[in-house]
Design a binder for this molecule. Sequence first.
Ligand SMILES: Nc1ncnc2c1ncn2[C@@H]1O[C@H](COP(=O)(O)OP(=O)(O)O)[C@@H](O)[C@H]1O
Ligand SMILES: Nc1ccn([C@@H]2O[C@H](COP(=O)(O)OP(=O)(O)O)[C@@H](O)[C@H]2O)c(=O)n1
Length: 208
Amino acid sequence: MVIAIDGPAASGKGTLAKRLAEHYRLPHLDTGLLYRAVALTLLDAGQDLADADAAAAAARGLEAGFLADPRLRGSAMGEAASIVSAQGAVRAALLDWQRRFAGAAEGAVLDGRDIGTVVCPDAAVKLFVTASAEERARRRHRELDGRGEAVAYEAVLSDILRRDARDADRAAAPLRVAEDAVVIDTTTLDADAAFRAATDVVDGRDRA
Ligand SMILES: Nc1ncnc2c1ncn2[C@@H]1O[C@H](COP(=O)(O)OP(=O)(O)O)[C@@H](O)[C@H]1O
Ligand SMILES: Nc1ccn([C@@H]2O[C@H](COP(=O)(O)OP(=O)(O)O)[C@@H](O)[C@H]2O)c(=O)n1
């Protein structure tokens, strides 16, 4: 069973994906890390994030071990990732990797922006996880604060709004709700309630 989870920044996709993967004993891929890793490769090499050739080369040469680099989790890398991810050649280079992961015999859980629409259009379950921008900014702010990255709430909110707009407006695989996705709005749901809503969808599908 492949479970595709998409949604805007800090909506709780990753938290939900991880819990679903544990619950259903499936491997999990946070696809945002791939784009963050491409951005970090460019920055480490002193290259411009807007350099399409360099970004495509970085995407083609990406190594799995690099995905554990703690620098990938910082807020600057989310912003940088959304710049490189708008390039079609970068997305094309990462597509095979994601599809191979999703092709595991037992299935997989993948979370990102285009999993249900592009990477796994035939996924058995598609969830679109969202929440108000203010609530998402509150969560991300708390998370960054907890990691010692001191950023003002207003800066987190404007980063989230700018990134959402860039992800939704780009030509290549924009952020969209797949036609057959179930939307889970977590604005007033804690992580446990979001998990229950998701398992209701998955288990309901099994009974269908
Ligand atoms: N339903 C929820 N209610 C409150 N906080 C949540 C919820 N889901 C996730 N979080 C917290 O919000 C932050 C962002 O969640 P995360 O799963 O990283 O989002 P995404 O993968 O969409 O960027 C994390 O600190 C996480 O612990
Ligand atoms: N499948 C994906 C996953 C991420 N991305 C890009 O990578 C950026 C970082 O994604 P992320 O999921 O790590 O970010 P958060 O939602 O955790 O803040 C996004 O803003 C997108 O631009 C994408 O284009 N497609």
